[in-house]
Ligand binder design. Sequence first.
Ligand code: ATP
Ligand code: MG
Length: 399
Amino acid sequence: MDEAKIKVVIIDDSYDTVNNVKRLLELCDGQIEVAGTAFGGKEGIKLCQKVKPDIVLMDINMPDMDGLAATNILTCSIPDLGVIIMSVQSEKEYLKKAMFSGAREYLVKPFSADELISSIIQTYEIQNKRKHNFKLLNQVIQTKVITVFSTKGGVGKTTIATNLAVALARNTKKRVCLLDLDLQFGDVAVMMNLSVKNTIYDLVKDLNNVDSDLVNDYLCTHFSGVSVLPAPLKPEYAEFIDSKHIEKILALLNGHFHYVIIDVPANFQDVVLTSLDNSEKILVVSTLDLPAIKNIRVGLNLMENLRYKEKIQVILNKANEQYGVNCSEFEETVGYPVWVIIPEDSNTVITSANKGIPFVMSRVDTRVARSVIRLAGKIHDNNLEPAAEKRSLWKIFQF
Ligand SMILES: Nc1ncnc2c1ncn2[C@@H]1O[C@H](COP(=O)(O)OP(=O)(O)OP(=O)(O)O)[C@@H](O)[C@H]1O
Ligand SMILES: [Mg+2]
């Protein structure tokens, strides 16, 4: 532990408790310093803003502002602060409320000097560690957000998003989060065969009480290492999630992951636009059938008006030379070069989706897997490729 003294503020409306606690703290060989005392929530907040303590010992029931409300305000405004609740209530319900208000520890009155001092030291050490880890993460991790989008459903967004996330995690050893923003019918969890404990709906319900450390508890970990935030389990839950929630979730993930890959539905609704706004790159997926080509053209026009042009990379999926439209014709029609071509391979794609194992893990040697791994490589290198070469579709079978 740091040699510096731990600065403690005591907030309790009972004069006796304040004095007793003060006395107990004097027993700890000068390791802890009482920086001030206050007899109510409001007074306590003012005091903390002034003396900037490391630890606050907080009573719950106080006349002007109760301890939980004061804790909430303090922990939101001074994130490094560790609040320890002191209460005569030992019921689980109180403990839960205390944790939701941002408290780190809960002491049931009466407590001994040993209990009090070890709680203070432990809370202080945990807060210090969190501060240190947070600084490290923020120094090291620059989060890149990538949305996999299309203007027509069923073109392979989820297939690409899941396999891309896994390829990035496995081949670059970076921290990858996959976010399923297809809020009504998201199928990322199914495609990855995840047993879902929490979804984005649970996170949104608790969002006011979740900080960037706690967000991890809402993510499912796939055995490839990818952290997944699945879509709600029921389509009707989608209406409880709006763009403000998405912005907050992305802010929480920022700094924790090198890559956040987002799977979205084929529309321009608010949640999708928020995802596109926050993305560094937008992978616009199309196939070679005429309705898809028509839609992507219209969609790309709209995206240009929304000033997304610089972020767009077009991905051609389910490519097959027998479809009567080749890659050059496609590029000419849509007015964008194709960044990566992913061949059609129903056998590999559907088999791995049904088994719940992404093909970039189970069928690495197939062309379709190699093309997604190549896509991951391009994203990772951040290599804005030299001007797109003209390619004919049959060339896809050469890599
Ligand atoms: N390269 C491919 N080769 C063959 N089949 C593919 C390929 N990519 C995707 N598919 C198949 O296309 C279908 C749609 O894929 P997917 O669900 O990934 O598309 P989507 O764009 O996410 O659809 P939605 O808009 O409904 O969310 C699936 O049956 C999938 O197996
Ligand atoms: Mg999908």
